[in-house]
Design a protein. Structure first.
Length: 287
């Protein structure tokens, strides 16, 4: 069994590669920069770019199964190439946001386009739909934690069911290597609903030092996030945080049902990423 992993050097993709190798699969990995991939020995690394579908042709030769990172602009062409190459199963990294059919959800529309391309191809598929990734915290709060030991965010009491990226990968790997998952759309969450303020406490515990949570207004957050996020994404984030106050998200046990192992807690995620939050030399010197 040969499996091609696209997005192989990403947060989830690396874990998918590791899981497939552990399962004894023949693994191919697609990356824009093979020289810097740093993937396990025995993995065939191919240069390619999902935004340029024809670059996938060599990597797809002889592939039976495909882990597909979502790039909506080229999804139909990529899937057509996969079908032409004889791919029999596609597991898609999607998102729980596809369940929002309001038409106003940027993420939902993004991932729905990819799901539709795969479903309409006639190839066996499984959609893995994670809720919010815990890794989002790295770009939202990482800099201020490393440099100031402070997190500034709105809705401190808003609970989230944050998922460890390794658990998303574990569900995808199971769907790739085992039968019985065709046509399934798995919503994946962490095992607990944990407020933003409690998330900061867990990170503080993991790094072994105090951190401060400072509540800011939604307008302040809008200005802050708007510096590095497009407006539709900013509004999406603020919207689900506000909604979580009155309608707390409920964890689901998909990870355990599919893989046979409970999902990792947020405390485990924080421990796994403690080095990513280490105070910088400049910050320590300024204290």
């Amino acid at each position: 069994m040969t499996v091609l992993v696209t997005g192989a050097t990403g947060a989830v993709g690396r874990h998918v590669v590791d899981g497939l190798v552990a399962a004894g699969a023949q693994v191919r990995a697609l990356t824009r920069n093979p020289a810097a991939a740093g993937l396990p020995a025995g993995v065939e690394v191919f240069e390619g770019d999902l935004e340029q579908p024809r670059t996938l042709t060599p990597a797809l030769e002889g592939v039976e199964k495909l882990y597909l990172f979502p790039v909506p602009a080229t999804a139909r062409e990529v899937v057509a190439l996969a079908k032409e190459a004889g791919v029999r199963r596609i597991v898609v990294l999607s998102s729980s946001s596809v369940l929002d059919t309001s038409g106003d959800n940027h993420s939902g529309e993004h991932h729905r386009t990819v799901e539709q391309a795969v479903e309409e191809s006639g190839i066996d598929f499984t959609f893995v739909r994670p809720d919010e990734f815990a890794t989002n915290i790295l770009w939202k709060w990482g800099h201020s934690i490393r440099t100031e030991g402070v997190v500034r965010a709105p809705y401190g009491n808003a609970p989230r069911v944050l998922i460890h990226e390794a658990d998303v990968a574990a569900v995808a790997v199971t769907a790739l290597v085992e039968d019985g998952h065709t046509g399934q759309a798995y919503v994946v969450t962490g095992p607990e609903a944990i407020t933003q303020a409690a998330q900061v406490e867990a990170i503080a515990e993991a790094v072994g030092g105090p951190l401060t949570f400072e509540e800011i207004t939604p307008d302040q957050a809008r200005e802050q996030m708007g510096r590095f996020m497009p407006p539709p994404v900013v509004e999406m984030v603020l919207g689900y945080l506000a909604d979580a106050i009155d309608h707390p998200p409920v964890p689901v046990d998909t990870v355990e049902k599919v893989t046979g192992r409970p999902a990792r807690t947020f405390a485990q995620w924080a421990a796994d990423h403690a080095d990513d939050f280490a105070r910088t030399t400049e910050a320590v010197g300024a204290v």
